[in-house]
Every structure is written in structure tokens, then in C-alpha cells.
Design a protein around this ligand. Structure first.
Ligand code: S3P
Length: 428
């Protein structure tokens, strides 16, 4: 696919429901007794992987467009799947669903595609094993995971890595375990699990960095609405800021501060972004965004992004790198070694693609540095099958001199199947 340099972006757009939140509502719906009705469910392939997996466990799932209805006997009534569960490309599916499997008195095997099967699982195997589950992995702590569960007991667990997937996995297992489970979270990661659990009737308490649940707990079905995915919207935000004369409106975008690290940095830099009135849907803040071309931003945006903000913008770093190429004083991203464990090694994917497009960049183990303002010549982009690399470099194509070619544009469907259609709709 070719992405040509753009002259102007304009129009209104909404993006699919948030991927992280959709996973959670689907999983909590599977754990809860009775009916759960979810509107604006994510169209992402990842969230549909979660739906397929819970169906294999005997949960009824009905999908009509973005409306999903789930009917479940609750976590104590699930049945053993007749085959190995397939989490596809989705880390959130395998890591959170493993908690549910760890509480079952039967054996389940779960794995994913080639990319997921290279991603580390010891981060959830360690706490789940301490809680009483028995889990076998492939060599090096990789999937497939063979999980035999049941008889879990609560633990206190100090998160060794800032990961919302690990936090959520331990809290979910805690709901199905005997006694209290506390996760100690010293660096805040996305808190969608904490916001959603009470809606499903699960007792959750927070005391400073201690996040606690008590089990065994009964969850009840709920009616919930998913806010628009800020991690999908951000590609258009950055595109509109960088493409001359652009002005776009993004509707219904999630505004949870544990997710909006990049948006906040832009707002603090006085970017031409107006956040319209914030409302709340199912405990999650949501707002419309008006974004216009802002060349002055390039002298005002910070030139170093590091430290505790990293987890709040971890999925936005590929598009942040594209913005970084345009900054007057360049950009360094540090403390982001977790990026090497995502759908691809995103430090390598970003650095090698920037170089392919004629941009100078220095690679570090935990990030990269792009020296001052550079032209993006254009050329070939290798997506590494990684959705966020495809979308970030499509935006790079818009501001390039010669355009870019993406080797595997379709991988965008992992989070945002209509991405290119939405982008086209902004060209007039
Ligand atoms: C997610 C958490 C993050 C993020 C991923 C989704 C979640 O991963 O990168 O896209 O839904 O909890 P980690 O928890 O591994 O940091």
C-alpha cells in the first residue's frame, strides 16, 4: 500500500471502542453470572480473539456490529474447551484470560500467533503459580501455556514490571482465590480494571499503591458502554497537527489520565487541541477533540520523554517518534525497554523504519534519540506485522517528501480495521 504526502486533513471522525476496555468488559462478562450487554465494543481483531476464547469456555456470545451480548454461568460454571485456545496477536487476551484459566479445575492450553508466541509470559506465570496454579510453558517462559488450575489462594504481589496486564491478571485471579489478594503498583499503569470491577459487583479497594480484592467473589452481569480508543485516535491527532492547514474533530475519545500521557504532553505544550466537555461512560471519562495544524508546537514540545510517564503513553511511542522527527530540537525517549516486548520489538521497528525513510536516529536499549528537525524522505516501511508500526508510519508517509509503501498494511486490523478508510475520509 502507498501512502502519499497529504496536503490537508479535515472532517469529523469517531474511532472504534477502546481495545483495553473492551477486553476487560468481555472477560468480566464471562466471569459474571447472567447477561452482560456491551455497546461500542472494539472492532479490533484482538478483542474478537477474546470473544472467541470465552465462547470455547461455554459462554454465549452474540455480536451485532459493535453491540456484544454475553450470557455466562459465571466463572464457577465454565467448561473445559475442546481444543487449544487461540489468543491470536493479543497479549491482553492471553495474560488476562490465564487468570480465569488458573481458577478452573480442568486443564487448558492457550497460545497465539508467531508474534505472541515470542512474548514473555513468566511475568504472569510467577504470580499465578504462587497463588496455587500449575502452569507449563514452552522454553524460556513462552506460550503455549498449559494451565491446570483450581484451589487458588490470595497473595501480596509487588509488581516487578509496570504492566496493566500483569496487574489485572493477579487481581482477577484474586477474585477467584481464597482470601485477600493485594497488588502493589508503584508506577501507575492503565486503571481500566479497577474502574470496571465495581460495575460487575466485584469488591475492589485501593489504599495508596495497594490494590486489593477479596475472594472467592461472585460477579454479576452488567450493561456497559466502551469509550472511543485514544490509542487509535492519537494517529489522527498527530497527523492533523503536522499536515499543513488541517483541522479535524474526533468524537467520543477516552480521556482516562492513565492512558492520555501523550495527549497531556501535547496539551501542556499548548498544542492546537481543544478538549471539549468531558462526560463519563461506565466510569471512564470521554471527550471530543478538535485538532488543527500547529507548526509552533515543534519548538514547544518537550525534547525528552522518560520516567514514570512512559506507561501512560507506552502504545503511543511509535507515533511519538514520528512527531519527534519534526521537533526543532529533536526527541529522546528513555526508560521504555518494555517496548522491546510488544507485538514487535518496537524500538527496533521504529529505528529501522525511520532510517529506511532517511531519518537519522540513535538506538538505545531503552529508547532512541532523534536529532533536530529532519525531512522524512519516504520509502519502504516494514511493519513487522505490528499494527501500531503500520499506522504510525502511514502518518509518516503523509508528511514525507515522496510517500511511503507499507509491506503489510492489513496488520492494522489488530486494533483498527477501518484505519485507512478513516484516513481517506479526511482527505478532501
Ligand atoms: C494493555 C496494557 C499494556 C499495553 C497493551 C494493552 C492492557 O501492556 O501495551 O497494548 O490492556 O492492559 P502491558 O501491560 O504489558 O504494559
Amino acid at each position: 500500500m502507498r501512502i502519499e504526502p497529504a496536503t490537508r486533513l479535515s472532517g469529523e471522525l469517531s474511532v472504534p471502542g477502546d481495545k483495553s476496555i473492551s477486553h476487560r468488559y468481555a472477560l468480566f462478562g464471562a466471569m459474571a453470572e447472567g447477561q452482560t450487554a456491551i455497546s461500542n465494543f472494539s472492532s479490533s481483531a484482538d478483542c474478537h480473539s477474546t470473544l472467541h476464547c470465552i465462547e470455547e469456555l461455554g459462554v454465549q456470545v452474540n455480536v451485532k456490529g459493535s453491540s456484544v451480548t454475553i450470557q455466562s454461568p459465571g466463572w464457577q460454571g465454565l467448561r473445559a474447551p475442546s481444543r487449544q485456545l487461540d489468543a491470536g496477536n493479543s497479549g491482553t487476551t492471553i495474560r488476562m484470560l490465564s487468570a480465569l484459566l488458573a481458577a478452573q479445575p480442568f486443564e487448558t492450553v492457550i497460545a497465539g500467533d508467531a508474534s505472541l508466541n515470542r512474548r514473555p509470559m513468566e511475568r504472569i506465570v510467577t504470580p499465578l503459580t504462587r497463588m496455587g496454579a500449575s502452569i507449563e510453558t514452552a522454553e524460556g517462559g513462552l506460550p503455549p501455556l498449559k494451565i491446570r488450575g483450581g484451589g487458588l489462594h490470595g497473595i501480596r504481589y509487588d509488581l516487578p514490571v509496570a504492566s496493566a496486564q500483569v496487574k489485572s491478571c493477579v487481581l482477577l485471579a484474586g477474585l477467584m482465590a481464597e482470601g485477600e489478594t493485594t497488588v502493589v503498583e508503584r508506577i501507575q499503569t492503565r486503571d481500566h480494571t479497577e474502574r470496571a470491577l465495581p460495575i460487575f459487583g466485584a469488591p475492589f479497594r485501593q489504599n495508596g499503591t495497594d490494590l486489593s480484592v477479596k475472594g472467592p467473589s461472585r460477579l454479576t452481569g452488567a450493561t456497559v458502554r466502551v469509550v472511543g480508543d485514544v490509542s487509535s485516535a492519537i494517529f489522527f491527532v498527530v497527523a492533523a497537527l503536522l499536515v499543513r492547514d488541517s483541522s479535524i474533530m474526533l468524537q467520543g475519545i477516552g480521556a482516562n489520565p492513565s492512558r492520555t500521557g501523550l495527549l497531556e504532553l501535547l496539551l501542556e505544550s499548548g498544542a492546537n487541541i481543544h478538549r471539549l466537555e468531558t462526560t463519563v461512560a461506565s466510569g471512564e471519562p470521554v471527550s471530543d477533540l478538535r485538532v488543527s495544524y500547529d507548526p509552533g508546537l515543534l519548538a514547544r514540545f518537550p525534547n525528552v520523554v522518560e520516567g514514570d510517564v512512559i506507561p501512560n503513553l507506552i502504545d503511543e511511542i511509535p507515533i511519538l517518534a514520528v512527531l519527534g522527527t519534526q521537533l526543532e530540537q529533536g526527541l529522546a525517549v528513555r526508560d521504555a525497554s518494555e517496548l522491546r516486548k510488544k507485538e514487535s520489538d518496537r524500538i527496533h521497528s521504529v529505528v529501522s523504519n525511520l532510517r529506511n525513510l532517511g531519518v537519522m536516529v540513535e538506538e538505545f536499549q531503552d529508547g532512541f534519540r532523534i536529532p533536530g528537525k529532519q525531512k522524512i524522505r519516504g520509502g519502504q516501511v516494514k511493519t513487522y506485522g505490528d499494527h501500531r508500526i503500520a499506522m504510525a508510519f502511514a502518518v509518516a508517509g503523509l508528511i514525507s517528501e515522496e510517500g511511503v509503501s507499507l509491506d503489510d498494511p492489513d496488520c492494522a486490523a489488530v486494533s483498527f480495521p477501518a484505519f485507512y478508510k478513516c484516513l481517506d475520509s479526511l482527505h478532501h
